[in-house]
Design a protein around this ligand. Sequence first.
Ligand SMILES: Cc1ncc(COP(=O)(O)O)c(C=O)c1O
Length: 442
Amino acid sequence: MSKKIYQKPTINYINFAMASKYGSPLQTQKVRTEIDGVQISELTEKFGSPIFVFSEKTIEEKYHALHNAFSSRYNDVEFSWSYKTNYLNEICKIFHKLGSTAEVVSEFEYQKARANGVEGKDIIFNGPYKPKADLKIAVQEGAKIHVDNLFELNDLEEIADELNVKIPVAIRINMDTGVYPAWSRFGFNFESGEAYDAIKRMYDGGKVYLVGLHSHIGTFMLDANPYYMATKAIMHLKAQVENDFNAEIAYIDLGGGFASKSNLKGIYQSADVIVPTPDAYAEAITNAIYEFNKSEKLPKLYLETGRHLIDEAGFLLTSVWGYKRFGDGKKGYILDAGVNVLYTSTWYNFNIELDKRYEGENEPSMLNGPLCMNIDIIEEHIMLPPLDRGSVITISPVGAYNYTQAMQFIRYKPAVVLIDKDSNAKLIKEVDDLSTVNHKES
Ligand SMILES: Cc1ncc(COP(=O)(O)O)c(C=O)c1O
């Protein structure tokens, strides 16, 4: 029998009112021993800790569920992978293989998409800041330019002169969909007539012409109806522009923003209850197209969904480095990953799963990262059994906006592993080192 390690006894206040029909918080433990058939222990032994792990199987399941919801209602639909949500090359390539084109918001995302084999014509170039040199390359390569502001329109007109061409463009529209605060910073407003005026200004100039209308109303939208409202506004504007300027709007783009099954802080119902289904989002958008279409031909429909498709496919494996007892009796664990790699911890209550069942009763604990900063808190209050150095915790869902927003701060950015459909785990990004940090520094 192994010798038990002595620990100084403490008295902790435990709120028994937290017990529910699911059991007592003293006993409940969430355990995860594997991801897609690959043992957690094997992953950390082989690739180290912390590591991000992505599941190709989950990506495909999410993709097919959402794509089927739209394509079963609407013939001409195309998904455009939102690079900012996760631009790890191997992840982008899975989406491209499934049929997604690319949606980018900067020159380096554009360059990444091109390097990943996407042709210019299959890239949607969004965003409020498109330097003229990058815009010109995108125009020359036939990318879909979604105009955000009048400065950009002027640049495009100059580019049209320089290249001696007329440029097809789309325009981003913002509107009141009943969700506040509205994302009114981007594009041109529908209700005030600003969007119509910008289009008129395009036709007065005669150097660009309109082929598409775009909106992206927000992110983590917990109601499908705002998409109905946005599509309705776009279809109204489409009819007006086609009538007034003899334009042919070949496509509309309803952006992204569909929620993932993550638990937002401050919302007490589970994500399974409050997150709209793929069918609900698809119904809202396609119903509005059919209801408000005034043209003979229905427009092509683009969607730039990111979070909904990738969040649940991503996991972070992190190990306990040590623990201590705070003055209030709470146990504080030091993990090897913190807010440096989990940007979304500000908004989400993650699933926290243990690598095995631990002996001992749960007690109030806090999960802290490795940063020497007070803000480095992953979970402020969580009931956990006694964990030890080396215990591995799986945190999910973390597939969206965490790797791309991870900070190179105090710790190196972790490695990333992809588990393919045959349960092979392969390294798709090495852990950073000093050369990554010092690169291009004198
Ligand atoms: C223009 C545009 N399209 C698509 C997306 C992807 O959004 P999500 O990841 O919430 O689906 C974003 C994210 O902010 C965006 O700004």
